[in-house]
Design a binder for this molecule. Structure first.
Ligand code: SUD
Ligand code: ADP
Length: 268
């Protein structure tokens, strides 16, 4: 079976407070975008994980694909061995949730290949054990995210009339470090109220709490946001804990090139 795990962006991200378990409660909107990895799962005699494309830091046994397999294997001891081949294309540690997508899609792929009969709610429970961002990719549609990110409420939000520019500065930002640099504050406007207004109004109202610490760590990244607005973005922001930024543009007003020394992709 071949699957295509996609990335996400966060439309607004508010860190509300630090919990006793060390995680933070947050409020965000997860929105899927079509930058994708390629994930192949094949029944085999032995377990094997192979990754190609962008190098993934860390021990391969800590890969979220491998972790997803082991998580299901605990509850389904008859799950046969598999070869997992991952072509990595989504930038890593970039706030795009690529690792989480790979883990969630591995759960989905194993469930359907081996007919495990897991419901979406059960898959979300497994995904939440892999990481806070993983449950979103089981639903993979625009969602309001609460709790540590695992409490999901699908929302009606269609941005297909717009194009997106994704800028990847290639700086790996540790999610744990980024959270430790945020000052939690739960006095916020409900994010769903902001999102329901036209996109051009978001600039004044919709914020990502990670921008402040990320700009402190990497002041040179301010230029990305400034450039996106200078070239007509209706809205521009850091996604997740960074380091990627996105701009939302009217389709007829989308730049074809940007004066940036960092990699960027235009999703028309
Ligand atoms: C910030 C967000 C926003 O979508 O995205 P990314 O920037 O990673 O894409 C997510 O909350 C990231 O979720 P995810 O990357 O799955 O994080 P996890 O593996 O669960 O946690 C990594 C570490 O981040 C911190 N963490 C994570 C989520 C959360 N709600 N509170 C936290 O404090 C904890 O220190 C935890 O040990
Ligand atoms: N399949 C995977 N792809 C990318 N990173 C992975 C994967 N599995 C585990 N990781 C680990 O997750 C971290 C980055 O996660 P990623 O989802 O790319 O970033 P972010 O959390 O910023 O959205 C890295 O430290 C990496 O070692």
């Amino acid at each position: 079976m071949v699957l295509f795990p996609n990335c996400k962006i966060n439309l607004g991200l508010y860190v509300l407070y630090k919990r006793a378990d060390g995680y933070h409660d947050l409020s965000t909107v997860f929105y899927p975008l079509p930058v994708k990895d390629v994930l192949e799962i094949i029944r085999s005699d032995t377990n094997q994980f192979t990754a190609y494309g962008i190098p993934i830091p860390g021990d391969p046994t800590a890969n979220l694909c491998e972790k997803a397999y082991q998580l299901l294997r605990k509850d389904f001891p008859t799950l046969p061995p598999v070869h997992i081949h991952l072509y990595k294309n989504i930038p890593i540690g970039a706030g795009l949730g690529g690792g989480s997508a790979d883990g969630a899609f591995t759960l989905l792929g194993l469930n359907s290949t081996f007919q495990l009969g897991l419901s979406p709610d059960q898959l979300i429970d497994y995904a939440a054990q892999l990481g806070s961002d993983c449950p979103f990719f089981i639903l993979n549609k625009p969602c309001l995210g609460g709790g540590r990110g695992e409490q999901l409420q699908p929302i009606t939000l269609d941005l297909s009339a717009y194009s997106f520019v994704l800028v990847n500065p290639g700086i790996h930002i540790s999610t744990a470090q980024a959270f430790s640099l945020c000052t939690p504050d739960d006095a916020i406007l409900p994010i769903e109220d902001i999102i329901s207004q036209p996109v051009h109004t978001w600039k004044e109202q919709l914020h990502n709490d990670f921008e402040f610490p990320v700009f402190q760590l990497h002041p040179e990244l301010r230029e990305i946001k400034t450039t996106l607005y200078a070239h007509g973005a209706l809205y521009a922001s850091l996604t997740g804990s960074g380091s990627s930024f996105y701009g939302i543009f009217e389709k007829h007003n989308t730049p074809t090139t940007l004066p940036l020394s960092w990699n960027y992709r235009i999703l028309p």
